[in-house]
Design a protein. Structure first.
Length: 49
C-alpha cells in the first residue's frame, strides 16, 4: 500500500501514565548516581567529546 506523501504525522501531546515509586534510602542513592552520570554525559557533550 502506498503511503500518502502529503500526510504529516504529528506527535501526540497526551500524557503517558506516571508511576509513583516509593523513595527508599537505597533507591535514592541509585537516583543520585544516575543523576551524576547524566551530568557527566552532558558536560562531555557540551565539550563535544
Amino acid at each position: 500500500m502506498d503511503e500518502d506523501k502529503q500526510t504529516f504525522k504529528i506527535p501526540s501531546f497526551g500524557k503517558k501514565p506516571a508511576y509513583n515509586f516509593e523513595a527508599t534510602d537505597e533507591s535514592f542513592k541509585i537516583y543520585q548516581e544516575l543523576n551524576s552520570i547524566s551530568e557527566e554525559i552532558e558536560r562531555c557533550r557540551s565539550r563535544n567529546c
